[in-house]
Design a protein around this ligand. Structure first.
Ligand code: MG
Length: 394
């Protein structure tokens, strides 16, 4: 520790001049992540009917000591995020995201003016009022508060040379907020080596021991798609399933379009739109899961707007409608019943088109094809049928 600080005036290892003088706090919301493991911008994913980024701010918004929320996000998202955060009563300021999380946080710290800074992940929507208040109280007492939970799992270390299981009693999983006296943080940033990866490490590196505040296991971070299911169930909502079924007649002189892919075949499906029977069944399953009616109600077949319509565009509209109502699409499974043509070479392209239209990873969209062994109208090649089931949550 530098000797330009009064070493006699130290509380809990921190010079008193670096301790907070009040509980006045600012939140620095880290929103610069790329969501690569999620396959979509996780901050926009609805959790219990509201976008994740709004949920991550709501508990802070209701605490008087929190004076401002500083959002560190890429500039191109400022407008969208600012509209989403408009219901908050706490003032919101935007700063640019950096190339790393630490750069983003530092941009926020430079903007901050209050006694305490609380660094929180934009993708941690279940933070509770209790944990925030505990973190502020500990920061006043100890100068820092890193919210952690004791590890429930046994951790195995193995770097190829050395392997062991560290004692679980001294292991913690780090969450956010990580709260600090602003002056202490700036001092530590000045003193620390540059290669730290999180805020607690920054204090370690400057020779301070950050205080651990025990948080809650429910305060999860959205990282992979299953976290969306967990976050929705933990916040009290549930999953909903929907089924869709459709049939179109095969006729001469029509293009054959299935799952958004045009297939070379001597006949095509008859209908008011492009008659993409697979995409129609899928849309009905999504609308059914949300109890929002069916595509006949949404896109009436006597409306000239939908004559020859590209069903993939309609699917995009259905996905948007579900998002507006607060639902996330988890997965879909579609079975096409057709005697001919052979569909297996086209399944991959169909899955790509459908997943892109719904904004979900392709691994969450299944398309299968079967025949009915020459039986019935599909077996006689009079028409093609499709069944779809979809799971949504919100
Ligand atoms: Mg149809």
């Amino acid at each position: 520790m530098s000797d330009n600080l009064d070493s006699l005036d130290v509380a809990n290892g921190i010079p008193k001049s670096l301790m907070p003088r009040s509980a006045d706090s600012e939140v620095i919301l880290a929103c610069g992540g790329k969501s690569t493991r999620m396959g979509q911008n996780k901050l926009l994913v609805p959790i219990c009917g509201k976008p994740c980024i709004l949920r991550s701010c709501e508990a802070f918004d209701k605490i008087d000591e929190v004076r401002r929320i500083i959002v560190a996000a890429p500039k191109e998202l400022w407008r969208e995020y600012s509209e989403i955060l408009s219901p908050l009563r706490t003032p919101v300021t935007f700063v640019d995201a950096g190339a790393t999380r630490q750069e983003s946080v530092m941009n926020g710290v430079e903007e901050a003016k209050e006694e305490i800074i609380m660094i929180h992940d934009g993708a941690r929507p279940l933070i509770s009022r209790r944990t925030i208040l505990d973190s502020i109280a500990d920061t006043i007492k100890y100068g820092s508060s890193v919210v952690c939970v004791p590890c429930k799992d046994t951790i195995r270390y193995d770097d190829g040379c050395k392997a062991y299981s560290p004692d679980r009693k001294s292991l913690y999983a780090v969450q956010t907020p990580q709260s600090f006296s602003r002056r202490l943080y700036l001092y530590a940033a000045h003193m620390a080596d540059s290669d730290y990866t999180d805020d607690a490490q920054l204090l370690d590196s400057a020779g301070f021991k950050p205080h651990i505040t025990i948080g809650e296991y429910a305060n999860i971070k959205l990282t992979t798609p299953e976290d969306i299911i967990m976050a929705n169930s933990l916040s009290g909502s549930g999953m909903r399933i929907g089924h869709g079924y459709d049939v179109h007649r095969l006729v001469e002189g029509r293009r054959f379009i299935l799952g958004g892919v045009e297939i070379n075949y001597q006949r095509g499906l008859l209908g008011h739109s492009d008659a993409d029977v697979l995409t129609h069944a899928l849309m009905d399953s999504l609308l059914g899961a949300a109890a929002l009616g069916d595509i006949g109600k949404l896109f009436p077949d006597n409306d000239p707007e939908y004559e020859g319509a590209n069903s993939i565009r309609l699917l995009e509209r259905v996905a948007k409608l579900l998002a507006e109502k607060g639902y996330s699409i988890l997965n879909c499974d579609i079975t096409v019943i057709a005697q001919a043509p052979k569909l297996s070479p086209h399944i991959g392209s169909m899955r790509q088109r459908l997943s892109a239209a719904m904004g979900i990873p392709v691994e969450r969209v299944s398309v299968k094809a079967t025949t009915e062994e020459g039986l019935g109208f599909t077996g006689q090649k009079e028409g093609i049928a499709a069944h779809a089931v979809s799971l949504i949550c919100g």
